[in-house]
Design a binder for this molecule. Structure first.
Ligand code: GCV
Length: 666
């Protein structure tokens, strides 16, 4: 059978039929509520569309399937369903009835999506009882769409929300997006331009707030609350004040009035996201203030409305002199934010990028995790594939996220990022999505797995990348043979990408600004502070205690682990150490030989992945097959370029040939 992927529908594909169809043909809802009513509608519509079950609204308690809140169903039906954490659910299937009950309305909605995916995976049987709840309450995505309609670091077409400086969208498309988000548990979405003083900031003016309110109304039934990206400079760019100094009384009053105005339009707005003092954006440093002073003025304005300030920690000196070895960009976030631990208002969430640099393919986990004990903070990931192949190369990101979540900060007993999330020490997760107006949402059809995986990991950070790959593939490619091959490809893709990219955690050998393809010295003499300083003998930055001292920002056990090349994980060894090319690695080969080997291997891996995809030709519909094939072909060309440029670069530097005598270009 040919697997006919309806790319637009993502992980909601049509199935032949459903078990328990008799019970599913009537869905009853005994309570009222916007999200609950949407949940019931969604369940009926998706059962009918995807499972060929004509599912109707049923009055009263006799429906085959009942949806509601746990408290509501217990009271009305005399049940004893257990309660869960907020937004959790209980699914109970007996021969006589199916119950999908949420701890709250959102929980019921998440319950119906989980039920539908289990149904599609053939995992719903009589007698099952599932109780589940999200690990963390804040599961967000931040759009980098400009109001012009372009998407910053977007690889899937134009913005879903804007066109030519206006809020302008296809309503059905936005609803379908809200469904995708809710189905994997995303409950916050930030919109608004993030750069410059351009029209993006006009979203918080009376001229545009009605448009934003209409968008918020589309997301609301799906349990997704909007956040707004706001500019720190708004008091003077919009408010025409002389300053945006956070300690100025007029500035504080301006933010308060603005917040009051915004909440008149969007009473359930989740808050603001701010990129301040980041890559030339205005911020408190402009006024000699610190970041707690900067964030708190917004926090005070939002507090009466229950809003939160998501304050990004991506703050560093981006106009550095490469000659100056005294600054290490990797230190910046910790140096700036750790001394302020405890100084932020209770409704501030610091958003910390997973690594100290910038969403690199291989970089260590930021030392801020676990180190902030008196401040609420979230983990920031990147779903859009800026440095990871731009949705041309297949690169399954949950593979890396699983590693990040497993990082042990060594603060306390339960100290991995996943434990800190589950225990509430880390207050949530944020990321930049990978979607746009492309019909398949993500440009590369298989990049849908990254969006899916992001939501699933936010919900349950203990899930493995492998399980998610299998789940997504089976939901998306109805044919088991195709699903199997695809999940295998996903799981191979990140290690392959790692191998042909910058070696061993050295980072930033990528084409400047664009960030696709190699340019080994592209950032070497730039302002951005991301140098590798390769010479004839050695490469890398010494970040040990006697080097830049970056390593001392970690808990002592990790400082010791990373600080010694003998114990430092080799994948990251060039992030922490400056090593000679003849440094002998654990496999007995030199660093140089390992660089050669990994780059040959990375290319070969892509070649094999391409062949595996070709093997699906007779099993998958033509448009999907060709689309992915074309991307694999570009990926192979990219991997070849990385392989040859990296290998040639080091051959030229060292004059040491490949021990295996493979072709390295002069
Ligand atoms: C939106 C990286 C990207 C920038 C991005 C920045 C950020 O540096 O290259 O485009 O800015 O991250 O996270 O704010």
């Amino acid at each position: 059978m040919i697997c006919n992927l309806k790319e637009y529908d993502c992980w909601f594909q049509r199935r032949a039929c459903a078990p328990l169809a008799r019970l599913l043909s009537s869905v009853g809802l005994l309570e009222q509520g916007l999200i609950l009513e949407n949940a019931a509608m969604e369940l009926r519509a998706l059962l009918t569309k995807n499972f060929a079950v004509l599912s109707l609204a049923a009055e009263g308690k006799d429906a085959g399937t009942l949806i509601g809140t746990i408290a509501g169903l217990n009271a009305r039906l005399g049940l004893e369903l257990p309660s869960t954490k907020a937004e959790g659910f209980v699914i109970k299937v007996s021969g006589a009835r199916i119950i999908i009950a949420g701890q709250d309305e959102a929980g019921a909605l998440y319950g119906i999506y989980r039920f539908l995916s289990l149904l599609a995976l053939d995992k719903i049987d009589e007698g099952i009882e599932i109780i589940d709840a999200p690990a963390t309450p804040f599961r967000s995505l931040t759009h980098w769409d400009n109001i012009s309609g372009d998407v910053v670091r977007g690889y899937a077409g134009k913005s879903l929300f804007y066109k030519d400086g206006r809020v302008d969208y296809d309503e059905q498309r936005v609803i379908d997006y809200a469904r995708l988000l809710a189905s994997v548990g995303i409950n916050r979405l930030a919109i608004g331009g993030i750069f410059g003083t351009g029209p993006g900031q006009l979203l918080i003016t009376e001229a545009m707030l009605p448009d934003v309110a209409r968008l918020a109304a589309l997301f609301r039934p799906f349990g997704v609350k909007l956040l707004l990206n706001v500019k720190f400079s708004a008091p003077y760019t919009l408010g025409k004040l002389a300053t945006a100094d956070p300690l100025d009384a007029a500035v504080a009053a301006w933010w308060k009035e603005r917040a009051d105005l915004i909440y008149r339009y969007i009473p359930d707005l989740a808050g603001f996201v701010v990129k301040a003092d980041s890559e030339l954006e205005p911020g408190p440093f402009n006024y000699g203030r610190n970041h707690a002073e900067g964030a708190n003025v917004l926090a005070v304005a939002l507090a009466p409305h229950g809003g939160e300030v998501v304050w990004r920690c991506f703050v560093y000196n981006c106009v550095q002199d490469w000659r100056d070895r005294s600054i290490d960009r990797a230190r910046a976030a910790y140096d700036i934010f750790k001394p302020l631990d405890g100084a932020f208002a209770g409704n501030v969430l610091l958003q910390v990028k997973f690594g100290p640099y910038d969403f690199q393919v291989l970089e260590p986990v930021s030392p801020l995790f676990g180190a902030l004990s008196k401040t609420r903070y979230t983990l920031e990931l990147q779903v859009t594939q800026e440095y990871t192949g731009q949705q041309i190369d297949l690169c399954y990101l949950p593979y890396n996220w699983e590693r990040i979540l497993g990082f042990d900060t060594r603060y306390g007993l339960r100290s991995t990022l996943r434990e800190l999330l589950v225990d509430g020490e880390i207050a949530g997760v944020g990321a930049i999505p990978n979607v746009g107006l492309d019909h398949n949402w993500t440009g590369h059809p298989l990049a849908q797995a990254n969006l899916y995986g992001y939501g699933r990991l936010c919900w349950d950070p203990c899930l493995s990348a492998e399980l998610i790959a299998r789940e997504w593939s089976a939901l998306t490619f109805v044919d088991a043979r195709v699903a199997d091959t695809v999940s295998g490809l996903l799981l191979r893709s990140y290690p392959a990408y790692e191998k042909y990219n910058a070696p061993f955690g050295v980072c930033f050998m990528v084409t400047p600004a664009w960030h696709y393809g190699p340019n080994i010295e592209g950032y070497e003499f730039s302002l951005w502070g991301t140098y590798h300083r390769a010479d004839r003998f050695a490469i890398g930055i010494d970040r040990t205690a006697t080097g830049t001292g970056y390593v001392t920002q970690y808990a002592p056990e990790n400082a010791a682990l990373f600080g010694d090349p003998a114990t430092c994980p080799e994948q990251l060894i060039l992030f922490f150490h400056r090593l000679r090319y003849d440094y002998v690695m654990k496999n007995g080969q030199t660093l140089l030989q390992n660089i050669y080997d990994t780059h040959f291997e990375g290319y070969d891996e892509v070649k094999q992945m391409l062949e595996l995809w070709k093997g699906l030709k007779d099993w998958i519909d033509e448009p999907t097959y060709s689309q992915v094939l074309a991307r694999f072909e570009c990926q192979l060309a990219n991997a070849r370029e990385w392989r040859d440029q990296i290998n040639t670069y080091f051959w030229r530097k060292t004059g040491v040939a490949d021990a295996k005598g493979r072709k390295i270009y002069e």
